[in-house]
Design a protein around this ligand. Structure first.
Ligand code: FSX
Ligand code: SF4
Ligand code: F3S
Length: 372
């Protein structure tokens, strides 16, 4: 895109644009006064970083989730905010022509381009299990990483190895951080990740010319700083001891907590319940499927879907009344749980978990909680 008019021509309205900049600013925790700065950076054609996007072992769901939104703004904004010089799924060229554009972009933008990596990297047998243009993923990654200013592994495959790294990991698949040690790496995990987390990371970089603060797994804290369980719409049911017991039964239809069906939300750091997918309409737990921990290296496909995760450091909301937990080892009394319900829920949930037992609170006039 040469200028902002091209963005309007691509189907994005001014309203979409401002709304997206506001959403991104809110995600980044910026004050309202910064929205105009973010919008200005997004419109600045000169500030657009060159991006080289490589695909390795993956399903291309990460690119798909970015591009297939029914609404044009996220994909258009991302593609217009960066100068996407090489993307194997999107580019029209192929064969030698594609290889030339990769080489030309790496040479012209040496030391300045952002390298986006999608997919895991096989390392076993010198990486022969994934080759593009006669080169192994391992070789291509090392070569492209040399001239990059920073690397964004998009998706859990590129971040941590993903599905192909599950035991016995026949190809020795790993994430970018296991191979490249001398470049800034910003992981955007998720299978697939939320496009807004990628958009916000790029916009942060374009606006402030620096990388966002990261957690110990290399994820931006603005998006992966809190557990799903802390801002889940089913949390009041967890706190009140109401759990879905089977898919499709009345407890499931009522929207009860999915913990007993294996929800990994208590151990998964991500913003899915807040940012949501499909233009903010839906997210897995919201539509009845337990979180499978797709942003976590040790959970996705490595912990059985039905297995329950341990709950550490439950964090009651500040607005809840303080609750005396001295009886926590005995588990929650069902009547008390039912009466106190939401008001003291989080702390009672903590007590229940510490007792390693999760009784269901019976609701009067409803038999959902009576049978296990
Ligand atoms: Fe992996 Fe992305 Fe999951 Fe798929 O490319 S994170 S398998 S959604 O597509 O890498
Ligand atoms: Fe939500 Fe899962 Fe936590 Fe239940 S266990 S409150 S469904 S995140
Ligand atoms: Fe993934 Fe769990 Fe979100 S499965 S998409 S981290 S709700």
């Amino acid at each position: 895109m040469k200028n902002i008019d091209d963005l309007w021509k691509s189907g994005v309205t001014r309203r979409d644009f401002v709304k997206t900049c506001m959403t991104v600013s809110a995600m980044l925790g910026l004050p309202f006064s910064m929205v105009s700065k973010v919008a200005a950076a997004a419109q600045n054609a000169d500030g657009r970083p060159a991006v080289i996007w490589l695909h390795f072992q993956e399903c291309t769901g990460c690119s798909e989730s970015l591009l297939r939104s029914s609404h044009p703004s996220v994909a258009s904004l991302i593609l217009d905010m960066i100068s996407l010089d090489y993307h194997e799924t999107l580019m029209a060229g192929s064969g030698h022509q594609a290889e030339k554009s990769l080489h030309d972009s790496m040479t012209a933008n040496k030391g300045k381009y952002i390298l986006v990596v999608e997919g895991g990297i096989p390392t076993k047998d010198n990486g022969i299990y994934c080759k593009v243009a006669g080169k192994t993923a391992l070789e291509s990654l090392r070569t492209a990483a040399e001239g990059a200013v920073a690397i964004i592994p998009i998706g859990t495959c590129a971040s941590y190895g993903g599905i192909q790294s599950v035991g016995p990991n026949p190809t020795g698949a790993v994430g970018v951080r296991d191979i490249i040690k001398d470049k800034p790496i910003i992981n955007i995990p998720g299978c697939p990740p939320n496009p807004y987390n990628f958009l916000s990371t790029v916009l942060y970089y374009v606006t402030f010319k620096k990388l966002p603060e990261l957690d110990q797994l290399g994820r931006p804290k603005f998006a992966y700083g809190r557990r799903i369980h802390e801002h889940c719409e089913r949390r009041p049911h967890f706190d009140a001891g109401r759990f879905s017991k089977a898919f499709g039964d009345p407890t499931h239809a009522e929207g009860y907590c999915l913990y007993k069906l294996g929800c990994k939300g208590p151990a998964t750091y991500a913003n899915c319940s807040v940012t949501r997918f499909n233009d903010g309409v839906a997210w897995p737990v919201g539509i009845g499927h337990p979180c499978i921990g797709c942003t976590e290296p040790d959970l996705l496909f490595k912990t059985a879907i039905a297995d329950k995760v341990q709950i550490h450091e439950p964090t009651p909301f500040d607005s809840y009344a303080p609750v005396d937990l001295k009886d926590k080892g005995k588990g929650a009394d069902p009547l008390t749980t039912g009466v106190i319900g939401l008001a003291a829920g989080a702390a009672i949930g903590a007590g229940i978990m510490l007792a390693k037992k999760l009784p269901d609170a019976p609701d009067k006039g409803d038999d959902h909680g009576k049978t296990e």
